[in-house]
Write a protein that binds this ligand. Structure first.
Ligand code: EPZ
Length: 424
């Protein structure tokens, strides 16, 4: 597996182009299965996860073509397969998003259970509860979810937890159901609104995306459309922390301010200077930052995907910070790696108590999952000496051209291919 070698201590300065949102692109690519025409999706980031979901779509008989400039053409008029290869879904859990669209289009679907991952057990019970509320017969056997419905019928679904994936699965399936579907206590993440915008362009009738209740009036079919994926708020937040932890000054190009309110609020509370300029965000760090407390929550709360990056920053700020991770049950895997670099962090259940240290020291560390991997890069950028981050395929899942973007703003970071590199 490749490694990243980082020489820390350089303040970052310059402009960073923010790529399209991974978590929006994955849902939208799955949603393109609902169309009987050719959809043109732009600003799709070139990531391992995107490559995997494109392989899933191709395995279903869908015609698609991706170009290096982030354009993906998907023609799902030829959708004929109702089941996906086991190894693809178990390799990338977001492939499970194809369940709702395939069921809605073909009346049946057989998708591998995605299973858990490093950060938690990742159940899909709310996805299945939602499909059952639309009249589907759903059972689990031999590692697969099997769903059948001659015709989906609109219904009311209350989500016990505002799950992003479950909201997306139910919203997509409901677009082709007979009648009205109301999803209550649904997720409000920007990726939900982006998916809804895409589906509405295809002719779906959806109201309330981005609020806690979404209403869908089903229709018989959806046509083609063009759509540009929103900017990635988690990538933007990661670079905001990069400016903070290196005491640098960055211009983040093409962000959505309304997607970053909680992140901006917490970094301003730390003492960062954050100034919007058109579609850009100017982020600069004063000499000293303040420790803060943090609790991750569903949107519009602070995003769990930025908990590891922010904790890394707090590990370098004098004072005591408390971080509570309320979304996933095992999302502190980065703590042990930060301890190798001299951080002072104690965890107690879903809480971490961070005593800031004057300096982190470079060390060999592991990317245990996507966002923990990003946190290791951030720690390396700030640390004294050299940091070697291994297992960086996790990072390649969610950050496009990370080392190129960091090098362009003054970081000393190199990718070292190792002989046992395997294509993921
Ligand atoms: C999406 O995952 C994102 N992934 C995650 O980003 C993100 O962390 C998460 O939303 C929360 O914002 C994609 O969009 C591809 P959830 P998802 O369903 O949909 C529980 C990253 O780093 N739950 O909102 O799987 C679940 O266990 C990734 O980019 C159920 O109990 O998240 C968790 O505790 C990581 N039953 C909580 O809800 C269900 O049926 C939030 O999960 C579904 C979820």
């Amino acid at each position: 597996m490749d490694k990243l070698v980082i020489a820390g201590g350089k303040p970052l300065e310059g402009s960073v182009p923010i790529s399209g949102a991974k978590n929006s692109a994955l849902a939208i690519l799955a949603g393109s299965l609902l169309s009987t025409g050719e959809c043109l999706i732009s600003n799709v980031p070139n990531l391992l996860d995107v490559q995997v979901i494109c392989e899933v779509l191709a395995s279903l008989g869908v015609r698609l073509m991706a170009t290096p400039d982030g354009m993906v053409r998907v023609d799902a008029s030829t959708l004929r397969e109702h089941t996906t290869p086991y190894h693809l879904v178990t390799r990338m859990r977001a492939s499970f998003f194809v369940l709702g669209p395939i069921l809605a289009r073909l009346g049946q679907a057989r998708i591998p259970l995605p299973g858990g991952c490093a950060i938690g057990s990742r159940p899909v019970d709310l996805h299945l509860k939602g499909l059952r509320s639309l009249g589907a017969r759903v059972n689990i056997g031999h590692g697969f979810v099997e769903a059948f419905a001659d015709k989906l019928v609109g219904g009311n679904v209350y989500l016990d937890y505002p799950s992003v994936g479950a909201t997306e699965t139910i919203m997509m399936a409901a677009t082709l159901a007979e009648g009205r579907t109301v999803i209550e206590n649904c997720a409000q993440e920007p990726e939900i609104a982006d998916l809804a915008d895409f589906l509405i362009k295809m002719g779906a009738s959806i109201r309330g995306a981005g609020t806690e209740t979404i209403t869908i009036e089903g229709t018989t079919s959806l046509h083609r459309c063009d759509h540009r994926v929103i900017p990635d708020r988690i990538e933007a937040g990661t670079f905001m922390v990069a400016a903070a932890i290196t005491k640098g000054k960055l211009r983040l190009q093409n962000v959505r301010l309304d997607h970053l309110q909680a992140v901006i609020a917490k970094l301003v509370e730390c003492g960062m200077e954050i100034v919007p300029e058109g579609q850009d965000l100017l982020v600069s760090a004063p000499n000293t930052l303040k420790s803060i407390d943090l609790r991750t929550l569903p949107f519009p709360g602070f995003p769990t995907d930025l908990q590891a990056p922010l904790m890394t920053l707090l590990a370098t700020i004098n004072g005591t910070s408390v971080v509570a991770e309320t979304v996933f049950e095992n999302r502190f895997l980065h703590v042990d790696e930060l301890l190798r670099m001299g951080a002072n962090i104690k965890t107690e259940g879903n809480c971490a108590i961070i005593q800031g240290v004057p300096v982190l020291t470079g060390a060999p560390v592991q990317a245990t999952d996507l966002r923990a991997g990003a946190a290791m890069v951030l720690a390396g950028l700030a640390a004294k000496g050299e940091t070697v981050v291994s297992d960086i395929h996790h990072i390649d899942r969610g950050y496009e051209r990370l080392e190129e973007k960091l090098t362009n703003v003054g970081a000393s970071i190199k990718r070292i291919p190792t002989t046992d590199s395997v294509l993921v």
